[in-house]
Design a protein around this ligand. Structure first.
Ligand code: PEP
Length: 254
């Protein structure tokens, strides 16, 4: 059975004290067993990792994630943080290929492929993001575009490596805009991603891969989105900054 996941990406928000308060509120509000046996992941900025880890330590179903890692192991890369360093501070998951990294930091599919490899080698679980712009969607090229991102970012992995990866489909036009993709659009794209995985890695691996949706997930739309057969949870930005909204979303599985 593939895992249901709710991941909260805080992006570059919250002071250390605010972050500690948010994490401890989430811990207090999440019951020991969530509907759908969901796992909650808190993904704060790097400097919050250790304080947040201290807050969530007692919660069995809450894990720590990082927003990015370097595609290098160590050395003269000012400002970078390696996958091994993240593992050392207790990180379990790492986002790779968020559209904001692709857009603002010019990171392409080749860099994403390297980061995915580094993350896996360090024992981290990559949450590999993919998704098209509005322009691509309007041109009807979204399936081709996302399939190319997945092919170039993930298909160098062995079956064993791929079995550890989580995918997040995040249409760029729905991130932080308040505009959610329709349930039908989301299910169609998730199905198409799963079919790609089936072709490349076989039915069993594809069925076991968690595919999350990201793009203005809120308490009001989470239940319908997560009821789709190929949607295994959400990567949540804005709504993860409010404990009640985030926990309501985490409780939206059937
Ligand atoms: C995200 O940051 O990945 C995201 C989906 O943000 P939001 O939920 O705010 O659209």
């Amino acid at each position: 059975m593939r895992k249901n996941i709710i991941a909260g990406n805080w992006k570059m928000n919250k002071s250390i004290d605010e972050g500690k308060t948010l994490a401890s509120s989430v811990v207090n509000m999440v019951s020991s067993k969530l509907p759908g046996d969901a796992e909650v992941i808190i993904i704060p900025p790097f400097v919050h990792l250790t304080p947040v880890k201290d807050q969530i330590e007692s919660a069995l179903n809450i894990s720590l994630g990082a927003q990015n890692c370097s595609n290098h192991d160590s050395g003269a890369y000012t400002g970078e943080v390696s996958a091994n360093m993240l593992r050392n501070v207790g990180v379990k998951y790492v986002i790779v290929g968020h559209s904001e990294r692709r857009e603002f930091f010019n990171e392409d599919n080749a860099i994403m492929a390297e980061k995915t490899t580094k993350a896996l080698a360090a024992g981290l679980i990559p949450i590999f993001c993919c998704g098209e712009s509005l322009e691509v969607r309007k041109a009807g090229e979204h399936e081709k575009f996302v399939s190319n991102q997945i092919e170039e970012g993930l298909f160098h992995l062995s079956l064993d490596e791929m079995s550890k990866v989580v995918i997040a489909y995040e249409p760029i036009w729905a991130i932080g805009t308040g505009e959610t993709a329709s349930t039908k659009q989301v299910q169609e794209m998730h199905r198409s991603i799963r079919l790609m995985l089936m072709d490349q890695y076989g039915d069993a691996a594809a069925e076991e891969t968690s595919i999350l949706y990201g793009g203005s997930v809120k308490p009001e739309n989470a239940e319908e989105l997560f009821s789709q057969s190929d949607v295994d949870g959400g990567l949540v930005g804005g709504a993860s900054l409010k404990a009640q909204d985030f926990v309501d979303i985490a409780n939206s599985f059937k």
